[in-house]
Design a protein around this ligand. Structure first.
Ligand code: HEC
Ligand code: HEC
Length: 301
């Protein structure tokens, strides 16, 4: 959006003009050509062909129709003269380019001061500002809802942003960094090194971290050491996770990729690499700042 509007290159400029004008002139020629065709010379004005018993009269084109056709042609030429085409501004003097630029200037004049005002307020404070939250919500629907859902509750592989349970941290500036620079969670695959049994054991152990009744206790006991050796570096000895790595808390029974034994085993066997795209270039810092305030407001009111 912040991109500069640019003029058409010479080629496209002439491409539009030649096609537009050429098409209209070809209609004029067509009408002229049709008038010069020598018609039927028989006194009954019939063309001398029959098709399935149907014969054709050689009537001139109806006057009203011709006038209408000429009318549209001249109207079309007039329109082209007045309105912009290619890089030509038209007699009215408003080129598409100048209109776009004017729109951008107007947009900047209208919203620039609002964005600037909001940018000066800390994210946590801004989250209480109704106007900012409203703008943030609109930005969210346009840019984020495709992945995180209209209500920001996320879905399979896309974190819920309303539950105050954070992969990377819920402080205002942390949320802002997440949106500006993006994030990439890397959960390695363990199927090869632990084997299927090891994956099952450590998965059951992970379920016990959330006090899950459905975990197989014996299997979990075998998985405990596997967890300490292989997983604690990222998820912590107690399994509460490490936000600097985006390694989730495994003790709260909140799951990014599903909490059934099957799903947890799948995650551990094959690994996961969730990607949150960077939005700094797309939106600019001021809009991201307002978005961060909106996200913050969802779980802090
Ligand atoms: C292409 C899909 C996609 C889009 C678009 C997207 N996100 Fe994300 N977002 C993700 C994924 C996936 C993650 C989790 C990354 C991970 O697994 O490490 C994430 C993570 C986050 C987090 C971190 C949550 C936490 O628990 O720490 C925040 C905050 C966030 N997104 C906000 C936004 C905002 C605001 C927008 C719009 C500007 C947005 N996202 C657009 C996919 C997306
Ligand atoms: C290099 C750091 C690292 C190691 C080692 C690691 N994980 Fe992970 N784990 C992560 C990250 C990062 C994620 C989040 C992936 C994402 O956001 O897509 C994750 C996600 C998970 C999840 C999904 C949680 C959910 O909410 O769906 C489970 C379960 C899990 N890890 C278990 C384990 C187990 C068990 C081990 C050891 C066998 C292990 N992890 C080792 C970094 C690690």
């Amino acid at each position: 959006m912040a991109e500069e509007a640019t003029a058409l290159t010479g080629f496209w400029h002439w491409w539009t003009i030649i096609i537009s004008v050429g098409l209209i002139l070809s209609f004029l020629y067509l009408l002229h050509f049709a008038k010069t065709i020598k018609g039927s010379d028989s006194p009954d004005r019939k063309m001398h062909h029959t098709f399935d018993g149907i014969e054709e009269y050689d009537n001139p084109m109806p006057k009203w129709w011709l006038m209408l056709f000429y009318g549209t042609i001249f109207w079309g030429l007039g329109y082209l003269a007045v309105y912009p085409m290619g890089n030509w501004p038209g007699l009215s003097g408003i080129s598409n380019l100048s209109r776009l630029e004017a729109d951008q200037v107007a947009h900047q004049e209208k919203y620039g001061p609002i964005f600037e005002k909001h940018a000066a307020v800390a994210v946590e404070e801004l989250a209480k500002d109704e106007e900012a939250v409203k703008i943030g919500r609109r930005l969210f629907l346009n840019n984020c809802a495709v992945c995180h859902g209209q209500d920001a509750r996320g879905g399979y592989g896309f974190p819920n942003l309303t539950d105050n349970d954070w992969l990377y941290g819920g402080a205002g500036d942390t949320i802002k960094t997440t949106i500006m620079s993006g994030r990439q969670g890397v959960m390695p695959a363990w199927g090869a090194s632990l084997g299927e049994e090891g994956v099952t054991d450590v998965s059951n152990y992970v379920l016990t971290l959330s006090n899950r009744e459905d975990a197989d206790k014996e299997s979990a006991a075998r998985g405990k050491d596997l967890f300490a050796t292989n997983c604690a570096a990222c998820h912590g000895q107690d399994g509460t996770g490490t936000q600097a790595l985006g390694a989730p808390n495994l003790t709260d029974n909140t799951w990014l990729y599903g909490g059934t034994l099957q799903r947890v085993k799948h995650t551990i066997r094959n690994g996961r690499t969730g990607v949150m795209p960077a939005h700094e270039n797309l939106l600019g810092e001021q809009k991201v700042h307002i978005l961060a305030a909106y996200i913050y407001s969802l779980s802090n009111d």
